[in-house]
Design a protein around this ligand. Sequence first.
Ligand SMILES: Cc1ncc(COP(=O)(O)O)c(C=O)c1O
Length: 369
Amino acid sequence: MDFSRRWSTAAPGVIPLTIADMDFAPDPAIVTALQERLRHPLVYPQPYSTSGVAQDIGDYYRRTHRVDVPVERIRIFASTAAAMYVIFDRVLEAGDEVLYFAPSYHHLPDSVTAAGGRAVPVELHPSEGFDPEKLRSRIGPRTKAVLICNPHNPTGHQFSREQLRDLVAVAAEHDLLIVANELHSRLSHDGAFVPLSSVEGVSHDRLITLSGATKSHNLSGLGGAFAFSLGESLIPRLWAELAGRLPSPSALAQTALSCAYREDSPWLRTTLDVLGGNRRMVSRQFRENLPAVRFLEPAATYFAWLDFSALRLEGDAAEVVQDACRVALLPGAEFGAPAAFARMTFASTPDTLQLALTRLIEGLSPWHS
Ligand SMILES: Cc1ncc(COP(=O)(O)O)c(C=O)c1O
């Protein structure tokens, strides 16, 4: 697995359930589209707003979520993480504050601090979500925005429409910008993902959505992402003067993005089935064999957010687990959480996952009994 950062950097003999990508071959529909594109010169690609990618994304939102996303309100990027950095660079003054839900994928708060802002955490409960009063209590005179990751990395929490309405109400009271990172939205296990752009009463001039196919279609090595805002002012304001300075996704990444949004391919349906089976396997085995490890089945994503507190491991849980079980997890500290937490990525083949779970059960037995 020399091509994979996750596998090639793992210690010998260790199963890496760390970085967010999947051990599955790409969607054959995307492979065919890429092969077709490679028959032509790899010159600057056509304008994406008139040649397909933006139309495919707009059509997807119309078809799937009944949200009308006009092509001129869409911008495409090489990476979702890079898009967050660009947005906060454009909207924040030094010392401005941005609320985000914690624990969190580190690029969310990092994109705020890199722009000279202060990232202010608001606790996200694994099952209940957030308390609107707690969100309100963190708002101060310098608060400019709320950054939400839905579905949430690392917990796999999927915000309900009701929670999103609460968020929209709080943002409206304080005239906050909402930045919605919905990169994991097509990895919803019950299909109940609600995009913020579809929530009643949301101010479209104060909402920008980010998404892409790098997670759902396992294209992180290829890249490609997009941002849209349905308001008239935000996209021109954010992107004025930037044209030509930001790298666009390559012609190949645009081809793949287009293909991924044109339809929900059989590959995506099969992949969701495999991930659903893996999710059940993880839940059952933790429940039956490692009940002291607290874990809530994620509504979306291929992440299991594990709380090892009750085992009283000494030091960092991910380190102890790797030494005792030869399974690598991402430490809680990566997400701003205590050392007793770790994130497990369960997007491997069922056989590999089963082997990892067997190792976890056996390796943790001295602490578990
Ligand atoms: C919420 C979220 N945003 C952004 C990224 C990075 O995405 P990209 O590879 O498109 O920059 C990840 C990767 O795991 C993620 O989980």
